[in-house]
Design a binder for this molecule. Structure first.
Ligand SMILES: Cc1cc2nc3c(=O)[nH]c(=O)nc-3n(C[C@H](O)[C@H](O)[C@H](O)COP(=O)(O)OP(=O)(O)OC[C@H]3O[C@@H](n4cnc5c(N)ncnc54)[C@H](O)[C@@H]3O)c2cc1C
Length: 715
């Protein structure tokens, strides 16, 4: 019997098997259809389903699958039409995913030259049972996933496989994409969603890692395999000619990603094993996406993730002193934070490896008498924020991703609210469309999305997002506040959708959670604290380097006008090669570019938003309120015939009943995000010093968010 080897366990690695579900089989006798094959060991045939764990290091599910000592090991990825058509994914994230899959495939081949990732192009619930039967699989292994769609998908797959009646075991292994199992966090938080850091820290302190480690600590990393069992023979793997695998092209409509396709979707879904019948990774061209549209410089794959992590860990000063609120949103090439988030999303980097490697640096520095940055601003604190949002999502399921039906989401009668459906569409219960109740708001939204608001700081950030697929956390704060409660008064759900489409690190739990935070829908309630689209950026980057890079029309403007170019005299505008005019849709010439005037007066809009937010808060309604569900809210807020009649003076109709909630434990502000505190006009941080390729903020940076404005402050 061959036994599959792992790298020797080192500090931070546990050699023990990861905790798995109770139905986890031991290596042993094969099940019903096993005799038909020629095993190389007497272990089971294992079908391993990769999802958000595109790596071989610290993968609890992979570790478990290999510990079964398989006679054949078949790693697959299901190219699920649900994600392809019903999740919003732009070209940059597709590219990142495909690079990550290709890298994983190469890593598997390194471990066994006969191995690779087998991409099967069909929905998992229909294709996995067929594969199990065809390939005479004994055990199906995959990692637990608490995202709403993933939960229902996995349950459907489990039922379908068990329903075959072949005695196939389905093993759902311990979660590997968060520090703690989100369901455990919820259980230890009294069954409630984790809504702030103190709840998250308290709940996590009660969790036993189950690997002999200390209670409250995340589980240690499992060892990386150094060999892999082989797959089946090419003949056994071949699906062509089998009538059960005659492929039906999936229903495309509604295709949320239509606008990225060029109408030439060739060979994409014509065959389960792909156009060359080789289970190869899909290409952008097959998806009908022009690779030139995927221009992000950020690369996917486990190798790149580990390389990046090593750079940070080797730079002990950076890792030991990192504090998020002191990192500049205006740094680029390199950015001031790690940009590991897309790797956490796709699982090309284990969050627990990141956590334990950082702990090792902390330990070393402590021994050397050096001080480490405190939580939650430090790296471990940032990872806990991530877990907090996963905990909130795990408790609420589909409802978490929208206001309607969501008990933690305050109801605010934003413009451009989502239309809803009674059945899940995409990752949401919403139908993917929204109600244009106000043409002006629709225009604000379009201009925000396209980076032509006339506020250079906002436009630079939105263009960075669109072209590169990533934005610094405080940049995300600026644009999210601006779209919702700090300018446009447009629903946070519109903004979350744009982020879903364009972010390479899009993670439903984090995206939705942070949008609710920024819009003061949940997690945070200090709506009087807003980000100025002018002063905030200026404090980080007074010379406007960031704007000059991402809004090149303005690159020659004098620093005095870089944040407010419309104030520059016409003669200077001409001299600097850009006229400030129009709405950003008019093309300039080679010699004279065009950039729009601000689309509104920020001070006016700020006041309007403050008044509206106050009215909404006074109504004390949440997404699960009957008045929200029935549409009664429309009469309360003068919202007639699907068109909002709210104006600068209108508002909540008098006489509405207030339903007070019990004291709300959702609204604590832990002081962890940067948008806290009253010192709004502090000294700007000094220009970040760059060390070892990593931008590092100066010590003098403020710990509170500067550039935020309150009602009484001017921009
Ligand atoms: C409106 C809005 C939407 C967001 N959408 C997403 C999203 O879709 N996916 C996503 O991963 N993050 C999201 N974030 C959180 C945060 O902005 C990013 O995680 C962070 O900017 C990623 O950059 P980094 O890897 O350099 O972070 P670092 O500062 O280097 O932090 C290290 C890691 O901690 C985690 N992390 C840090 N901050 C947060 C946070 N506030 N919430 C959750 N995790 C965090 C990430 O995994 C990150 O890689 C959003 C924030 C806002 C304000």
């Amino acid at each position: 019997m061959t036994s599959y080897r792992f790298k020797k366990s080192s500090k931070g690695q546990s050699a023990s098997s990861p905790p798995a579900s109770p139905n986890q089989p031991k290596p042993g006798p094969r099940t019903k259809h096993a005799n038909a094959s020629k095993p190389t060991t007497d272990g089971p045939r294992v079908l391993y389903w990769f999802r958000t764990d595109l790596r071989v290091h610290d993968s609890p599910a992979l570790h478990h699958a290999l510990s079964l000592n398989p006679s054949a090991f078949i790693p697959i990825w299901t190219w699920d039409p649900h994600y392809v058509y019903r999740a919003r994914v732009g070209p940059n994230r597709w590219k990142f995913l495909l690079e990550s899959q290709s890298c994983l495939s190469e890593r598997l081949t390194e471990l066994n030259p006969r191995q690779k990732l087998n991409v099967v192009r069909e929905a998992p619930a229909s294709v996995i049972p067929k594969l199990v039967r065809k390939w005479k699989v004994d055990v199906l292994v995959f990692e637990k996933d608490t995202d709403a769609y993933a939960r229902s998908r996995d349950e459907e797959v489990r039922r379908a496989v068990e329903g075959l009646g072949l005695g196939v075991k389905v093993v759902v292994c311990a979660i590997g994409r968060t520090l703690y199992d989100p369901d455990e966090l919820v259980r230890c938080n009294g069954g409630k969603p984790t809504m702030n850091m103190s709840q998250t820290v308290k709940a996590s302190a009660l969790i036993d890692p189950g690997d002999g480690g200390k209670k409250g600590e995340p589980r240690r990393c499992v060892p990386t395999p150094v060999t892999l069992p082989g797959p089946l023979s090419a003949e056994e793997m071949d699906l062509s000619g089998d009538p059960e695998f005659r492929h039906e092209v999936p229903e495309r409509a509604p295709d949320f990603n239509q606008e990225h396709r060029n109408g030439k979707e060739e060979g994409h879904y014509e065959s389960i094993a792909g156009p060359r019948n080789d289970f190869a990774v899909v290409t952008l061209e097959e998806m009908g996406i022009d690779p030139k549209l995927a221009m992000s410089p950020h690369k996917g794959g486990e190798r790149e993730a580990l390389r990046l992590l090593k750079t940070y860990i080797d730079n002990e000063e950076y890792t030991g002193t990192f504090e998020k609120p002191k990192s500049s949103p205006a740094d680029f090439g390199p950015q001031s934070t790690t940009l590991l988030s897309p790797h956490h999303h796709f699982g090309t980097l284990s969050v627990r490896k990141f956590w334990w490697d950082v702990q090792d640096v902390f330990e070393k520095r402590k021994k050397a008498g050096k001080q480490n940055a405190p939580p939650p601003a430090n790296f471990p604190g940032q990872l806990l924020f991530r877990d907090m949002y996963f905990g909130a999502q795990a408790a609420l399921g589909y409802a978490f991703a929208q206001t309607r039906g969501n008990k933690i989401a305050r109801f605010i009668p934003w413009h451009l609210q989502s239309n809803h459906s009674d059945t899940p569409v995409g990752e949401h219960l919403l139908d993917g469309t929204y109600n244009v109740d106000d043409e002006q708001a629709e225009e604000y939204f379009r201009r925000w999305k396209e980076g032509r608001t006339g506020f250079p700081w906002i436009d630079a950030l939105m263009r960075q997002l669109k072209y590169e697929g990533w934005m610094h956390h405080l940049g995300r704060h600026s644009v999210a506040c601006f779209l919702t409660r700090g300018g446009c008064y447009v629903s946070w759900e519109r903004g979350a959708e744009v982020f879903e489409e364009w972010l390479i690190d899009h993670e439903t739990a984090c995206n939705v959670g942070n949008w609710m935070w920024l819009s003061c829908t949940a997690f945070f309630s200090q709506f009087s604290r807003m980000y100025s689209p002018i002063a905030f950026g200026k404090k980080w980057d007074p010379d406007g380097h960031f704007i000059r890079h991402y809004v090149p029309e303005l690159k020659s403007f004098d620093t005095k006008y870089i944040y407010e170019p419309h104030k520059a005299p016409i003669a200077d505008q001409k001299r600097w090669g850009c006229q400030i005019t129009g709405d950003g849709t008019e093309k300039g010439t080679k010699d004279m570019a065009k950039y729009p005037k601000p689309m509104f007066d920020f001070n006016e809009k700020r006041q309007f938003c403050l008044d509206k937010m106050k009215e909404a808060y006074d109504a004390h309604m949440y997404g699960d309120d009957m008045r929200v569900m029935s549409g009664e809210w429309k009469s309360m807020f003068n919202y007639v015939d699907g068109k909002a009649t709210m104006d600068e003076t209108g508002g909540l109709v008098s006489g509405t009943k207030k339903r007070m909630r019990p004291p709300d434990d959702h609204e604590h502000d832990d002081g962890q995000h940067a948008d806290v505190g009253d010192q709004i006009e502090e000294e700007p941080p000094r220009k970040a010093a760059k060390t070892n390729g990593i931008a590092k903020s100066s010590k003098g940076a403020q710990t509170k968010l500067d550039g935020m404005v309150t009602r009484s402050k001017k921009t």
